[in-house]
Design a binder for this molecule. Structure first.
Ligand code: GLN
Length: 486
């Protein structure tokens, strides 16, 4: 292994840059170190679908900028020019992206080193990374457990100290839930804060790029680079770039009103050790100057159902474009056009994706659309209003990120509903378009990390980062790393 004296693989972007400034080692050396670690550890971890050569990586990035020399991994549903973007699906196994996603472009310009493509659930559909058509990713804390999903590859690589940052995507919790299960920080931004240009669509009204890092500061650093209006994506908000690290002083605003979502924290099925860890965290926040109050948000109990319907409906429409004509593989020997479509899609999509397309078409179909799709849209409006009302009374809301610690592979093979319920606490933020950040909040007796999330009103990222950072600084969770990857 390439050895750089005194460097921890768990070094933060901020520390890395100090090392470069003081010429302790160079970005080229650190990249070598990073690629060596992928060679050594990723055969077991399975986080990357592909790692590029050092030469290629360097050739794509600027040699200065706020993320100069910071290696990162990109989820495989985000386009990197000239590279495969497979969405971990057979149907796009040979699809080469013709352009960079806006976020990728901004990262390269900021000097970041984009080292490869991260494994994920097929088309970002899943909560365990088990629906990838290509490989398994394991949880760095326990290889018999899933890393969560769908951005499992991105999150596992960061948690295992292979890279300090990674991009994932969030439609219903795909960055926060694996971040919680692997003990790192995951941000889902306000809808429209980060451009979706170059992100393969799953459910466009909820899709957003999300950022995974080991520290809150690093997360704010990466978000500062990629956030902001983009003329290539009309759904981006008219906000300019902003330095989200500016307010991170280890303090929370005095009198910060924190609402604890009672029906989430005490929901049946939530690990009691997680409840205790969150209660302890809330007491800490209180000591730091927050005013904590419990609040009931009955609409949260409907979020998984709303999400289930809306996400499938939008997925069915978005995935109609994969027909063997324009992208990816094409079935051979078809007798006519209809057969070519059918064969291509039958061979190219995995079982989970097919199921979602079928359900999506069903909830949109004449005779059922009123009962399902239109009702879900109405419920979405109620949910948005309920959050608006809640944010009149509170600055932030707190809830568990996932119901428990990481689960075993195939744990829900015979009970798919339980797997879908992994999104129970996360997908509300996606439905309402509000930002949320998951932070590590302790460890369970089984040695696995626990996570909690802060949710804020639209464009409250600065406040989320500030509070999450102050909380992090009072604790040691971000300094603890999976022993197998030290
Ligand atoms: N687990 C959710 C799903 O399968 C979330 C996916 C996501 O956020 N991309 O739809």
């Amino acid at each position: 292994m390439n050895f750089i004296p005194e460097v921890s693989p768990f070094i933060s972007i901020a520390e890395l840059q100090k090392c470069y400034e003081h010429k302790k080692f160079s970005p080229t050396e650190f990249l070598e170190f990073t690629l060596d670690r992928f060679r050594k550890f990723d055969t077991t971890l399975g986080s990357a679908l592909e790692i590029f050569t050092a030469e290629f990586i360097h050739s794509k990035s600027e040699t200065h900028g706020p993320l100069y020399g910071a290696p990162g991994l990109i989820k495989d549903n985000i386009c990197q020019e000239g590279r495969i973007a497979s969405c971990a699906s057979k149907i796009l196994a040979n699809y080469q992206a013709p352009y960079d996603a806006t976020a990728v472009n901004r990262l390269k310009k900021a000097g970041a080193l984009l080292v490869g493509r991260a494994n994920c659930d097929e088309f970002a559909m899943g909560s365990s990374t088990e629906t990838s058509a290509f490989q398994k990713t394991v949880n760095p804390w326990d290889s018999t457990k899933v890393p969560g999903g769908s951005s499992g590859g991105s999150i596992a690589a960061v948690a295992a100290g292979l890279v300090p940052w990674a991009l994932g995507t969030e439609t219903g919790g795909s960055v926060r839930q694996p971040a919680a299960l692997c003990g790192i920080v995951g941000l889902k931004p306000t809808y429209g804060l980060i451009s979706r240009y170059g992100v393969v669509a799953y459910a466009s009204s909820m899709d957003q790029i999300g950022v995974a890092t080991r520290t809150v500061y690093d997360n704010a650093l990466v978000v500062s680079i990629i956030a902001g209006n983009d003329s290539s994506d009309a759904t981006t908000l008219s906000v300019g770039s902003q330095d989200y690290t500016a307010g991170l002083d280890g303090k929370i605003p005095l009198g910060l009103r924190v609402g604890v979502i009672k029906n989430a924290l005490y929901a049946p099925g939530v690990d009691l050790q997680l409840v205790t860890a969150i209660q302890t965290s809330l007491k800490q926040l209180e000591k730091m100057g927050a005013v904590i109050q419990e609040v009931d948000m009955p609409i949260m109990d409907y979020s998984a159902a709303i999400y289930f319907i809306l996400s499938r409906a939008e997925a069915a429409s978005n995935l109609a474009r994969f027909d063997g004509v324009r992208y990816g593989i094409r079935a051979k020997n078809a007798q006519n056009l209809a057969q070519m479509y059918t064969e291509t899609r039958s061979q190219g999509f995995g079982a989970e994706v097919k199921a979602r397309i079928m359900i999506g078409n069903f909830v949109l179909s004449v005779g059922h659309a009123d009962e399902f799709y239109h009702n879900a849209r109405k419920a979405q409006k109620v949910m948005c209003q309920n959050f608006k009302d809640a944010f009149q009374k509170f600055d932030l809301l707190v809830a568990p990120t996932a119901p428990s610690t990481a689960f075993a592979f195939n744990a829900f093979e015979h009970d798919k509903l339980q797997l879908d319920l992994q999104d129970y606490f996360t997908c509300a933020a996606n439905i309402a378009g509000i930002p949320a950040i998951s932070v590590p909040c302790g460890f369970a007796d089984n040695g696995l990390p626990l996570g909690m999330q802060f949710m804020g009103s639209h464009l409250s990222e600065s406040l989320l980062f500030k509070v999450a950072h102050a909380y992090e600084q009072k604790n040691v969770w971000h300094t603890m790393h999976p022993p197998a990857y030290q």
